[in-house]
Design a protein around this ligand. Structure first.
Ligand code: PMP
Length: 453
């Protein structure tokens, strides 16, 4: 264990802001300070061990402290930590990664990659490329974006303008004009009180079409959505939803931007979320699982259709977008090693298999009266907490119940997260059935504590 030269707990309280929380509230709930990780477990500064049921922030997919990834980073560090990809220079790990990604997503006809430093960057890059694409295509009036209520696309102004939850928007308005949200295929709570998932999928696809017609089809650049909404509460659509969406977009020539930041690289049981639903997007925004968070990295992939706009001889088409750290050598070296593990260990298939078992076991939680719904796909699941099953009123994260649940789980040795009124599970993809059993044992004990408040 480290002997800190400062008291990290009080220094954290005095100096550090944490994302997505009122600092006053954060003061009352001091963070658990993590020091070390090993596979699916992490250890705090007091040496206590926890099962990481959320892969930190849906991202440490190959697990913590993987030797292969660390070696790749340190080997690269010993050669060249960083060299820019601006101004006619490049570096081998970034080049290797761009080739690896386009090969991995050849079925989706992905053809070019523009790197960045994280998910919000990758979304912003997607939006800018979509707008520039239409200008290069001679349809400069196609500038609007449609997205889903409940969707989450990061924190930059473009992405925040797509976000479909007021919590991420109101403090920062006015946001980018020309962005509109439509209903998402949220079975447990939807406008129509529709309880049949296939009918809900059709209603949502019809709503997309009517929003397109209302806005004017040739004013819309792209529809942006997550294959399964993450922060919005793990909204798993019916299998007919995405093919219907793709068909509507094709009818009007609108681009599909798939926000794969959580779903990319195996989380919902396929190498990307769109593939899990049998559709091919035009643009994919990726981050998180690309290198399991070992070094910050984002990537935006565009397909042949989109890339072709930049390839016309004699048409000036400079990409006036990119970041100092686009193609950071350490981040890309980490990604190459990480993706080699994802492929070698068949993590998408494992995620699907372990995910079935996880979901089956999570349904046991329906025995607790404050559990309203359980849903998931692959290793992405949510347990929706309600005041009562009849009212479906939400039981939020700072309610005594949810706080007791999280505290009891920590006590028992697991990190769990309640986001809004959903308990989210998004463990490393190397989770085994035994880890699921370990998580369930702890969850049952934690729910028993919370129910007996
Ligand atoms: N899109 C989605 C779907 C996300 O879940 C996230 C982050 N959780 C982002 C975008 C933003 O990524 P980042 O926090 O790396 O900027």
């Amino acid at each position: 264990m480290n002997t800190p030269t400062i008291d990290v707990r009080s220094a954290n309280a005095q100096h550090m802001y944490h994302p997505m929380v009122d600092p006053k509230v954060a003061q009352q709930h001091p963070p658990l300070i993590m020091e070390r990780g090993e596979g699916v477990h992490v250890f705090d500064i007091d040496g206590k061990r926890y099962l990481d049921t959320v892969a930190s922030l849906w991202n440490v997919n190959v697990g913590h402290n993987r030797r292969e990834v660390i070696d790749a980073i340190t080997a690269q560090l010993g050669k060249l930590a960083y060299y820019s990809t601006f101004h006619n220079t490049s570096n081998p790990p970034a080049i290797e990664l761009s080739a690896r990604l386009t090969a991995m997503f050849a079925p989706e006809k992905m053809s070019k990659v523009l790197f960045s430093s994280g998910g919000s960057d990758a979304v912003e890059t997607s939006l800018k490329l979509a707008r520039q694409y239409w200008k290069l295509e001679g349809q400069a009036e196609r500038v609007k974006f449609l997205s889903l209520k409940g969707g989450y696309h990061g924190v930059h102004f473009g992405g925040a303008s797509l976000n479909g939850s007021p919590a991420f928007r109101t403090a920062y308005e006015p946001l980018m004009p020309g962005c509109f949200q439509i209903e998402s295929p949220y079975l447990y709570r939807n406008l129509w009180n529709e309880s049949d998932p296939a009918r809900l999928a059709s209603l949502c696809a019809a709503e997309l079409e009517s929003a397109i017609l209302y806005q004017g089809p040739n004013t819309i650049a792209a529809f942006v959505a997550e294959p399964v909404q993450g922060a919005g509460g793990v909204i798993v659509p019916h299998e007919s939803y995405w093919p219907q969406v793709r068909a509507v977009l094709d009818k009007y020539g609108i681009l599909l931007i798939s926000d794969e930041i959580v779903t990319g690289f195996g989380r919902i049981g396929a190498m990307c979320g769109a593939r899990a639903w049998g559709v091919a997007p035009d643009i994919m925004a990726m981050a998180k699982g690309i290198n399991s968070g070992y070094v910050p990295l984002g990537a935006t992939l565009i397909n042949e259709r989109v890339a072709s706009a930049w390839e016309r001889p004699g048409v000036p088409a400079a990409l006036m977008h990119g970041y100092t750290y686009s193609g950071h050598a350490l981040a890309c070296a980490a990604a190459n090693a990480n993706l080699a593990i994802v492929e070698r260990e068949n993590l998408p298939e494992r995620s699907l298999d372990t995910g079935h078992y996880l979901l089956e076991r999570l349904h046991e939680l329906m025995r607790y009266p404050h559990v309203g719904d359980v849903r998931g796909k692959g290793l992405m699941a949510a347990v929706e907490l309600v005041v009562s099953r009849e009212s479906r009123e939400m039981l939020m994260a700072y309610s005594p119940y949810a706080q007791a649940l999280m505290a009891a789980a920590r006590q028992e040795g697991a990190i769990i997260r309640v986001q809004g009124n959903r308990l989210i599970l998004s463990p490393p993809l190397v989770f085994t059935y035994d880890h699921v059993d370990e998580a369930m044992h702890i969850l049952h004990r934690a729910f028993a504590v919370a129910e007996n408040l």
